[in-house]
Design a binder for this molecule. Structure first.
Ligand SMILES: [Zn+2]
Length: 891
């Protein structure tokens, strides 16, 4: 049945206050499913308060937990333990917490009644009992008024349904027919908080009289009262059921089971109630030590609702009495849209206009959208931006009905990049105008991966081991303020260009698919800034200049400037998201993150300089122009300023590196450099082309090396390296036996260079020096004024240069080399060497001085410059950043 249309909302991250308001409305309108979801949302916020992460100790523990060193592991354990002790003391002593715990009770009763109503709808003779319970919990609600709810993955990003809870409960009863004693369902927050009361209601419907419901946050202790419930269940030979959304790794479920066992429940009486994507045999290994009732994918109730007849009935309701649905035919079996996500099925339907008799055929997609108001928001969004999305027929029982858009093979294929950029920009602007989120707040979402937190996470790489204190104390508050904005909007969240598809009913005009499911999902970074959606389209661009095109198009259509800092921070956050969700490969994330930093620096330091024609300056990348602190190789403001000074004074900087032609090309394009030597002299990038410098016989040999390495499953060969072979083994260089295999293929024709993270196999007879000479020859031999490098492979560069320098961090191994070292390391060393060449420090004369920067620009430049002189610069730059942070209220 199509649901009666209640108020449509688009922003799902409600405050407690808004949630309570909507709960009142839903009770009044007898929208029991919505009322249930809203009541759980409120209860979950109150539970979060009761289990508060005091002093952020648990969060510190989770930051540390990802860090493999022994000390940090111990610190993580200590932080977590301190958090538990403090929480125990707090819960006992704080009167406000005791009051909240009492006021939580009537809300739990209301939730329980509503769960019964969802599982077995009955005529309600006295609706005032519901409102009375809500009234009794008003003090609990007021204590969470400003908090933000968490969206349950089970009912928002996946297609779980109350019927699935019923399935699991029946399966449990069948498996344990002789079981006696009370039951307690423990829901693992967040999905479990929404599932557990439904399980309890299903048990009650089967005649069970004593069913408790608790929630659990992995890593945070049960409260004393909760432990008492578990002990009582254990004493009466009862059972504890644990509920959550389909497990990926199962870690949270396993942690919960251990916590329940620690509270005194025998392991043999702990059973998981879960649905999974796949078959019961695919249960994650972490869960196999426990009993589990597993609903396999094939048995999810969503499949019943996607059969032709229910789809026909629902569609008939949605299109109204003027239209007749004559036939619905399925086109293939439904499949999950993503590996772990909503299901999607295609149908062909014949519709007829009852007035005119005109018949039409439509291809439809019926896709999982979320339960109740969590899914119905898709319709609200489609109504608001109807010109930009496929036609939506409506929403019913977790499914959204819309016109089908045929997939395309290439991202945005068919539309030229410029037209696609216009389309994306106008879409983002349309959302900004039509989907405002006036009460939005991301400041209170700390710990839940809002965009500002992720941008801070990426940049905190500059602090290395010190990122744990630096992130919450310095970077997060600063970046949150840098990303403040005035147009809070309900975002799309999935704006990479492959989601714009041609609509066959509109002569192939592009429409945005997946326009409502992602902004609040479990892989999504909370943000209300339209520029964040725009940056999502630029994160994985179809062409090199798409990023600029889409930014300019948005500036034109909106009249707003997209400043460089916001653009950089959002690009980095979007790339992190794509990498984290597995939508973009690790190498691509690194390459594009570096491009984001370089585009930003180039705009500030290198735009508008006259083309240089003078002698060459050969600069190595790793350890000189670039460092790796951010998790990807990139230069710093100090490095960019050195390039600026060289170009402004007529020199021509070129790159001389072991890295791939692709990476050299990226930097030449970003910085406007003439060219570079790549892959240790095996190739050049010059004038838009790559040039192969290898002797003919070694090309064949390198192909054989590549072939040989491909036989080792554990060896990773970097596909970006086409003129040499870059291979790694377990994240490090190749082991001796594999190196010997390669040597046996032709020791005389290959040179093997071991780095920290990889082994490079290069043709003999070429080096960076020969590469530089070849590059100079292509440029009519302007001469080499300056060379700088930090390893033995750079020594051949020094011979032909008038001035040669090595940074303080240089390591030439056993090689004898008489090059002068700078006092500073990395880009600070490069800057110092440029001073020797130019006679003044880069940026200190009217010719090479950059224009003055705004305070927000200075702040981001300071962060990017933290490691310009290695660890030696971190202290001073942090002090500068701290001073900027305390003196500025607005950016
Ligand atoms: Zn100058």
């Amino acid at each position: 049945m199509a649901e009666r249309t209640p108020a449509l909302v688009t922003d799902l991250l409600h405050s407690g206050e808004a949630l309570a308001e909507r709960l009142r409305d839903a009770l009044r309108d007898e929208q029991w499913l919505d009322a249930y979801l809203l009541a759980v949302g409120l209860g979950q916020m109150a539970d979060d308060r009761l289990h508060a992460d005091l002093l952020l100790l648990h969060r510190a523990a989770s930051y540390l937990d990802g860090n493999p060193s022994r000390q940090t592991q111990l610190a993580a354990a200590a932080a977590s333990c301190a958090g538990k002790l403090y929480a125990a003391a707090w819960a006992g002593a704080n009167p406000a917490i005791r009051r909240l715990a009492r006021a939580r009770q009537p809300l739990a009763e209301l939730t329980s009644l509503l769960a019964d109503q969802v599982m077995a709808p009955a005529r309600i003779s006295d609706p005032s009992q519901f409102t009375a319970l809500l009234q009794a919990s008003v003090s609990a609600i007021s204590s969470v008024a400003g908090d933000r709810m968490r969206v349950p993955t089970a009912f928002h990003s996946f297609d779980q349904h109350p019927d699935d809870a019923r399935w699991q409960v029946r399966a449990f009863m069948q498996r344990y027919p002789e079981r006696r004693g009370p039951l307690c369902v423990v829901g693992v927050r967040t999905s479990g908080s929404y599932l557990a009361p439904l399980h309890a209601a299903a048990f009650r419907a089967c005649g069970e009289s004593s069913v408790d419901v608790l929630t659990y946050r992995p890593g945070r202790p049960f409260l004393r009262s909760e432990r008492a419930v578990l002990s009582a269940v254990a004493r009466s030979d009862g059972w504890v059921l644990i509920a959550d959304d389909p497990p990926a790794t199962g870690t949270a479920l396993a942690k919960t089971a251990r916590a329940v066992a620690e509270a005194g429940v025998p392991a043999s009486r702990i059973v998981f109630l879960i649905s999974i994507f796949g078959t019961a045999e695919q249960l994650p290994a972490a869960l196999r030590d426990w009993a589990a009732v597993v609903q396999p994918w094939a048995d999810w109730s969503i499949h019943d609702r996607l059969a032709c007849e229910p789809v026909r009935r629902t569609l008939a309701d949605l299109v109204g009495p003027e239209m007749e649905v004559r036939e619905v035919t399925t086109l293939g079996t439904p499949c999950p849209a993503d590996e772990r996500g909503h299901v999607r099925a295609r149908f062909t339907v014949r519709l007829a206009d009852r007035g005119t008799g005109e018949e039409m055929r439509r291809d439809l997609v019926v896709e999982g959208a979320g339960l109740g108001y969590l899914g119905r928001q898709g319709v609200a969004i489609a109504n608001a931006i109807a010109d930009h999305v496929p036609h939506v027929y409506g929403f019913a029982d977790g499914l959204l009905y819309r016109d089908w858009l045929p997939p395309v093979t290439r991202p945005g294929s068919g539309a030229p990049a410029a037209a696609l950029a216009e389309m994306v920009a106008s879409y983002v602007y349309a959302r900004r105008k039509s989907l405002p989120a006036p009460s939005a707040s991301v400041a209170s979402l700390a710990g839940r991966d809002p965009a500002w937190e992720v941008a801070a996470k990426v940049l905190s790489g500059q602090y290395g081991q010190l990122s744990v204190p630096a992130r919450p104390l310095l970077l997060e508050p600063l970046i949150r303020r840098l990303l403040e904005h005035e147009q809070p909007t309900v975002l799309d969240g999935k704006t990479d260009v492959r989601h714009w598809l041609p609509d066959p009913l509109l002569a192939g005009e592009l429409r945005k698919a997946d326009f409502y499911q992602r902004a609040f999902g479990h892989h999504d970074l909370a943000s209300y800034d339209p520029v964040f959606d725009l940056a999502g389209a630029a994160a994985d661009p179809p062409t090199h200049d798409f990023e600029q095109q889409v930014r300019r198009a948005y500036q034109r259509v909106s009249g707003d400037e997209v400043d460089g800092e916001r653009w950089l921070l959002y690009r980095l956050a979007q790339l992190w998201r794509l990498g984290h969700a597995g939508d973009l490969g690790r190498l691509d994330v690194k390459q594009r993150s570096a491009a984001a930093v370089h585009d930003y620096l180039a705009e500030l330091y290198l735009r508008g300089l006259p083309p240089a024609t003078g002698p060459l300056c050969a600069i190595d990348l790793d350890g000189v122009l670039e460092c790796h602190a951010l998790g990807f190789p990139a230069t710093s403001p100090t490095g960019a300023l050195a390039l600026r000074a060289l170009v402004a004074h007529g020199y021509r900087p070129v790159l001389a590196t072991g890295r791939s032609v692709l990476e050299v090309r990226d930097r030449c394009l970003a910085f406007g450099l003439a060219g570079g030597v790549a892959e240790y002299g095996a190739a050049l990038y010059f004038d838009g082309e790559s040039v192969d410098l290898r002797p003919a016989q070694s090309r064949v040999l390198l192909d054989r090396v590549r072939d040989q390495l491909s036989r080792h499953a554990a060896v990773m060969v970097d596909p970006q390296y086409q003129y040499s072979v870059r291979a790694s083994w377990g994240g490090g260089p190749l082991p001796a036996d594999i190196v010997n295999e390669i040597r046996s293929l032709g020791a005389a024709e290959t040179r093997i260079v071991h780095g920290d993270r990889q082994t490079d196999i290069i043709a003999t007879g070429i080096d960076k020096g020969s590469g530089l000479r070849a590059l100079a020859a292509l440029m009519s031999d302007p001469g080499c004024a300056f060379a700088m490098g930090d390893t033995a492979s750079d020594i051949p560069l020094f011979a032909g240069a008038q001035l040669a320098r090595a940074p303080r961090n240089a390591d030439f191994g056993d090689c004898a080399v008489s090059v002068q070292r700078t006092r500073h390391a990395y880009q600070a060393g490069l800057s110092e060497a440029c001073s020797d060449l130019l006679g003044h420090r880069p940026g200190r004369c009217p010719i090479c001085r950059p224009s003055a920067f705004a305070p927000r620009t200075k702040a981001v430049l300071t962060i990017l410059d933290l490691r310009a002189n290695g660890l030696a610069s971190v202290g001073r730059e942090t002090a500068a950043l701290g001073a900027l942070a305390v003196t500025r209220r607005h950016w």
